[in-house]
Design a binder for this molecule. Structure first.
Ligand SMILES: NC(=O)c1ccc[n+]([C@@H]2O[C@H](COP(=O)([O-])OP(=O)(O)OC[C@H]3O[C@@H](n4cnc5c(N)ncnc54)[C@H](OP(=O)(O)O)[C@@H]3O)[C@@H](O)[C@H]2O)c1
Length: 335
């Protein structure tokens, strides 16, 4: 790439720090500015990551001509507002998952980026990792025969804090939105690959779970039906931990991933029906997953693309619709 992409970071929380480090470790990006609701917090972040400019409001960073692309790392209820404002300001956008609180908001963001002709990707870093692309390719090639069933989960055990981001409805709390979005997007990717497509949408969504005292889902499961008889089981939780897994079962064997969402040292296991031991394939990347994500975005932007094949706009929209349906089903089942 001829010139490095100048990033502006909106927010100074947990994941914004990880992404800032990712930009520092990337091959294509550099940090141009950071914005926080508090100038003191922006300055502290700027010192930590050697960012040349710090702003005490998100609106200010959008006026900075040096900033080419923004990374939005606020809680999900504020994604739509700031993504639309960034699009209007002509900034390219990498916005944390879930892109919005629901599919209606997501459509508004996509409409804005289309109108202002800026890049947008929902920050599903696992979709940028070559391990994910490899699994989709193995399925497309028929390595495990015809795909019959998909199992995927993402569970965390967090203490109940009604005011915290994971439990407070005003901050977008709930397991489905925060982490259920990963298994949901994986099932659509795999069911799509099984049919020679990038992704497909489920024909039927059933859901069960627990709505906690603060009104958000603390754990949820879903059973999906896709075309060609493919079924999927999804599980997410913020109140108990469970082995995080992604498994695809086919007519000739299965694929098992031990670290589907943050691929690292362990790899992808392929178990053929007749073989005793699974075969492991490891894909190592020479930089962290957030650096890889920053590079994926920069390559798209520098080649004039407005969306990435890693997570296209329609893919995001389909996933948001699945999350809407999943939450509706859980709410109904919880009574
Ligand atoms: N891709 C991943 O690996 C990953 C991992 C974790 C989280 N996430 C996503 O990233 C987003 C943020 O998660 P996080 O864990 O970084 O949260 P966090 O640590 O609570 O940080 C969120 C930041 O958002 C800003 N913010 C703006 N308006 C806010 C408000 N009204 N209340 C609280 N904070 C507000 C704050 O920064 P300022 O005070 O500087 O304005 C705050 O530090 C969520 O959408 C989450 O789903 C993604």
């Amino acid at each position: 790439m001829k010139s490095k992409l100048n990033w502006g970071i909106l927010s100074t929380g947990n994941i914004a720090s990880k992404f800032a480090q990712g930009v520092l470790d990337s091959r294509t990006g550099q940090l141009a500015a950071v914005a926080s609701r508090s100038l003191a917090s922006a300055k502290k972040f700027a010192r930590q990551f050697k960012v040349p400019k710090a702003y005490g409001s998100y609106s200010e960073i959008l006026k900075d001509p040096k900033v080419e692309a923004v990374y939005i790392g606020t809680p999900h209820p504020f994604h739509a507002q700031w993504a639309i404002a960034a699009a209007k300001a002509g900034k390219h956008i990498l916005c944390e998952k879930p892109l919005a609180m629901n599919s209606v908001e997501a459509e508004k963001i996509i409409k804005a980026v289309k109108r202002h002709k800026v890049f947008l990707m929902e920050a599903f870093m696992y979709r940028c990792h070559p391990q994910t692309a490899m699994v989709a390719e193995l399925i497309r090639k028929g390595t495990i025969g015809k795909v019959r069933h998909i199992q995927a989960s993402f569970c965390l055990n967090r203490p109940y804090e009604p005011k915290g981001r994971l439990f407070n409805p005003k901050l977008g709390g709930g397991a489905i939105l925060d982490i259920g979005c990963y298994p949901a997007s994986f099932s659509r990717l795999v069911a799509g690959a099984a049919q020679g497509k990038t992704f497909v949408e489920p024909l039927q969504i059933e859901g069960r779970g627990r709505i906690g005292l603060s009104g958000v889902d603390e754990w949820s499961e879903a059973t999906l039906k896709f075309s060609r008889g493919i079924t999927a089981e999804l599980l997410c939780s913020v109140r108990f931990a469970e082995e995080t897994r992604a498994r695809v079962l086919g007519t000739k064997g299965s694929i098992f991933m031990t670290r589907p969402w943050r691929p690292a040292d362990s790899g992808v296991f392929i178990q053929k029906n007749q073989e005793e031991k699974p075969k492991e394939i490891r894909i190592k990347i020479n930089r962290g997953i957030y650096a890889w994500e920053a590079d994926t975005v920069a390559h798209c932007i520098r080649s004039g693309k407005l969306e990435s094949t890693a997570m296209s706009w329609n893919d995001t929209l389909g996933n948001m619709k699945l999350l809407d349906g999943w939450f509706r089903a859980v709410k109904k089942s919880a009574g």
